[in-house]
Design a protein around this ligand. Structure first.
Ligand SMILES: Cc1cc2nc3c(=O)[nH]c(=O)nc-3n(C[C@H](O)[C@H](O)[C@H](O)COP(=O)(O)O)c2cc1C
Length: 173
């Protein structure tokens, strides 16, 4: 039987989510998709606008994704938390792609507050029940607990995919 195909789609500005997505991709042998959007700027105003856009559920224009989600058995959605919500470019991506998601898993990076509300936000946008969640805080990174958390997340994803494979074999028998 073919190995399950996994895509990790991530958005990242300062690199935390990118680093987590890349480390996870190595653990579960996944492809990577970066959500590209116009530069949001670096002024205080631009920073406030990021939070505003996240809270209001805005969906900015993003570059057409390179990977076809329909090809993958599972998509990991990885995003920073902005103002207790998912980032607006991730919201745009999910809106465009969600009808093609088969299974999903959710990965957040954040300073330390708002993981719960951001998970609720992302789950309600995806419209599928994720097989696993993982939130990596600044504290996790500083104490180097992030790697172990990512490994647990990777294991849950692999277990979910292994269950799917067993089900497929049973149905084919
Ligand atoms: C506009 C903005 C809003 C943020 N809001 C939160 C927040 O509500 N809670 C939190 O814990 N961290 C918050 N952060 C911190 C980021 O979630 C955190 O630094 C994240 O790891 C950045 O990911 P990146 O390096 O992939 O861009 C915010 C950062 C920005 C730029």
């Amino acid at each position: 039987m073919n190995r399950p195909r996994v895509l990790i789609t991530y958005f990242s500005e300062s690199g935390h989510t990118r680093a987590a997505a890349k480390a996870l991709a190595e653990m579960i042998d996944a492809d990577l998709e970066f959500i590209e959007t116009a530069s949001l700027g670096h002024s205080l105003w631009a920073w406030l606008m990021r939070g505003f856009a996240a809270m209001r559920g805005l969906r900015p224009t993003i570059v057409k994704p390179r990977h076809d989600v329909g090809f993958y058995d599972l998509v990991v959605l990885a995003t920073p938390v902005w103002a207790g919500h998912i980032t607006s470019p991730m919201r745009s991506y999910v809106t465009l792609q969600r009808q093609n998601f088969k299974r999903g898993a959710l990965l957040l990076t954040l300073g330390g507050n708002g993981a719960g509300s951001a998970f609720i936000d992302l789950e309600s946008e995806c419209k599928i029940a994720p097989v696993a969640h993982c939130a990596l805080t600044d504290h996790d990174r500083k104490t180097k607990a992030d790697h172990a958390k990512l490994e647990r997340f990777a294991r849950k994803i692999k277990d979910a995919l292994a269950c799917d494979s067993v089900e497929k074999v049973k149905m084919a028998a």
